[in-house]
Structures are given as C-alpha cells and as structure tokens.
Design a protein around this ligand. Structure first.
Ligand code: PLP
Length: 395
C-alpha cells in the first residue's frame, strides 16, 4: 500500500534534513581515529557558538535526560538543597532526578500553561531558605505546555540574590529556536538534546558547563562515572569523548551545525517565531483556544491547543496520522487528552505549517467541528505569512 511519507510536527523528534540524513548513511568510523577526531574538533566551536559560550560543551551518547542527571550528579552533593522552578512535565523532572540523588528540593510550581513567576522567584530568593540553595534548576522552553520562560531576567535575579547558587537550565527545546546566551546570562550548566532544534535523530545530549560549575564539581564527593565532568573536560579539548562516541550521530551533528551556522542565529529564531505566529493566527481563526494565552510566553517551538468540545484528541491524531501521515502530539500527564500540541521546531518551515493547518482544519470539520467556516484557519495562516513577508521586504 502506498502511503504519504511521514510528517513529524511534534516537538521532538523533529524532521532531519536530507543533507544530514546523507551523512548518517556513511559507514561507522573508529571513535579514536584521526578522521573522527577532526569531526569532534570541528563540532566544538560550533556547539559553543550555538550555546553562545567560550566554555566547553560536552557531547554525551544519551538522551537529554542523561545530561539533566549529569548536571545534578556532578555539581550537587546528596543532602544539599536545590530550588526547582517547575511549570510542566520537563521542568518537574529536575525535582524528580534531584530527589532520587538524595538532594533536598524546594519546589516552586506554577499552573500548567503559565511561565514561572519572577515575583515568586524573588520572594523565595529573599526568604529564609535562600542561604541553603546550592543551585536553581529551571527550564527555557517547557515542551509539555508550550511555554517559554523569561530566562534572561530569571538568571539575572538569581545571580543578584544568590550569587553563589549555580544556574542550571534545560534548553532542550529552546536552543536554536529562541535566543539563548550562556555566557551573557551567566548560566552555569545548560543541557540540550539532538532530536530537537539540532535536527538530528535522538541519541546525543549536550551540556555546557561554566568554570563556577567545574569548581563546584571538584567539591562533589560522588560525581558519577559515565557523565563525569572531569573526564569529559579532559577529553573535549582533544576531540574525544571519554567512552565510545556515537560516531554516526556526531557526523550528522557536524552537518546540522554547519546548516545552522549558514543560517545564523537571527534567521533560525525568526523562522521559529514566524512558524509560531502562523500557527497561532490559524488556531485562533478556527475558533480554537490556546493553553498559553500570554503571547509573550507562547513558545516558538510548540503550540498547545485546548481540546475542542465534542472532539477526542485521539481521534484527531489518529485520522491525521492515517490519512495524511502527519503526527502531532497529545498532551502529557493530566493534560494528556485535554490538549493537542503542534510542534514547529527544527527543520519546519511555513510550508509545513500550512500543510498541518489545512489537514487539522479538514479533519476537525470531518469530525463535525464547525465553530468557524472551513478554510478560515488556512486563510489566516496565509494572511499572517503574507503580512510577515511584506514587513520583511519593505523594512
Ligand atoms: C524540555 C525538555 N526537557 C527534557 C526532555 C527529555 O529529553 P529526552 O527525552 O531526550 O531525555 C525533553 C523531551 O522532550 C524536553 O522537551
């Protein structure tokens, strides 16, 4: 049976460009060969460019959760305290990992769909617990809800109120989609993963680490083995990883970083912002509602839409998959059946958003959802794109 080719509009794994796929088709290389060393040495400055740092960036053969665990096990001793700013499933994961490592957790959570609050953060950092906070763990872009946090302002506040606390940040679905400045914002540890803005398959995790974090690491009694910062810091300058590298993925990584560099950060961020605007214009015109109503907090990587009355998210996703080969995401945890999420992260272009919107609109109408006339969504998407291009051409 001939079927439409798969189209991924989830916030990771994301589509992999043909240029990167071609690299992934090469036979595996020896991880201690000179040719592979050259690849790793070429990757390092490009990763530093993406994270905006002069500090080393480690590449782990792991998913991003591995790098999250690495961040904590290497810098915080059991019994010490971290503050976790939670706003969804993935930011909450910082607390879950910390607790399993025997780290005390102070948790500051907001309702799903909201960004973390600067005034709540200020209150905690001005309160009686501030002195024992060794690290603050936060998230740049919360994928489970589609919220982007004001991390620059959060980092500034943390540094001002608790100068010695490490700032540990998940930028798994923020990096490459929205501005991120590791050195400029004085971040200590930042983690990301390959299957997101990097436009690669899953399997690599990245971790940028400050000198402050390396100093703290030196005081940690049991910093673990596989993800150990000392071993990774030693290897990274030599174009190596301490243990067997995911050589094929690293080969693809070099290509994806070259593609990103060709575009430049502004172009990458503008494209994600435009995809978000097109998506939101269409969703609104279809008479649907957003989980994230605050425009400033609306993610450039993923848009969460509240389940329309009378429609099951599973039915919508099932028909999109069967008829169009299009995968969109459901919600997570208590929002599992309450929202659907349209990913527009990585190698997603307005062309893809138009296709997804048209398909979603058609399927909703087929399911007898008729809050707006058929075509209202795609028309609004086209209008938004046209307006954005007109501004770009005339400015
Ligand atoms: C923001 C964020 N953090 C962490 C993770 C965990 O990444 P992984 O599944 O690669 O371990 C994800 C995965 O979707 C994510 O979106």
């Amino acid at each position: 049976m001939v079927k439409p080719s798969p189209m991924l509009m989830i916030p990771g794994p994301t589509p992999v460009p043909q240029e990167v796929l071609s690299e992934l088709a090469y036979p595996p290389m020896g991880h201690r060969s000179g040719a592979f060393k050259d690849i790793m040495l070429a990757i390092q400055p490009k990763l530093q460019w993406l994270f905006q740092t002069q500090q080393p960036v480690f590449t782990y053969a792991a998913s991003a959760t591995g790098a999250m665990e690495a961040a904590l096990v290497n810098t915080v001793n059991p019994g010490q305290t971290v503050l976790v700013l939670a706003c969804g499933v993935f930011s909450q994961r910082w607390a879950d990992i910390a607790k399993r490592l025997g780290i005390e957790v102070i948790e500051q959570a907001v309702e799903y769909g909201q960004p973390n609050s600067l005034s709540d953060l200020d209150a905690i950092l001005s309160g009686p617990d501030a002195d024992r906070i060794k690290a603050v763990c936060l998230i740049h872009n919360e994928t489970s809800t589609g919220v982007i946090n004001p991390v620059e302002a959060m980092a500034r506040l943390i540094r001002q109120k608790t100068p010695d606390a490490l700032i540990i940040i998940d930028t798994v679905t923020g990096l490459g989609a929205a501005p991120f400045d590791f050195d400029g914002w004085d971040i200590d540890v930042a983690v990301s993963g390959s299957q997101k803005g990097f436009m690669l398959p899953p399997g690599l995790a990245f971790l940028a680490v400050s000198q402050r974090a390396m100093q703290r690491h030196a005081q940690v009694a049991n910093p673990g083995f596989y993800f150990n910062f000392t071993d990774n810091a030693k290897s990274v300058g030599q174009g190596q990883t301490p243990w067997t590298s995911a050589t094929t993925l690293c080969r693809g990584l070099l290509k994806s970083l070259e593609l990103m560099e060709d575009d430049g950060l502004d172009v990458l961020h503008d494209r994600h912002r435009l995809n978000r605007q097109i998506t939101r214009a269409a969703i609104q015109a279809m008479g649907l509602s957003f989980l994230v109503t605050d425009e400033a907090a609306a993610s450039p990587s993923v848009t969460s839409v509240l389940k329309p009355d009378g429609i099951e998210v599973a039915d919508l996703r099932g028909i999109l998959s069967n008829e169009f080969g299009l995968t969109i995401a459901a919600g997570q945890k208590h929002l599992k059946d309450g929202i659907f999420r349209i990913g527009h992260l990585g190698a997603i272009f307005p062309r893809d958003v138009f296709t997804a919107i048209s398909a979603i609109e058609a399927v909703l109408h087929r399911l007898d959802y008729n809050r707006a006339p058929l075509g209202a969504g795609i028309t609004a998407a086209q209008q938004e794109w046209t307006n954005a291009c007109r501004v770009a051409i005339t400015s």
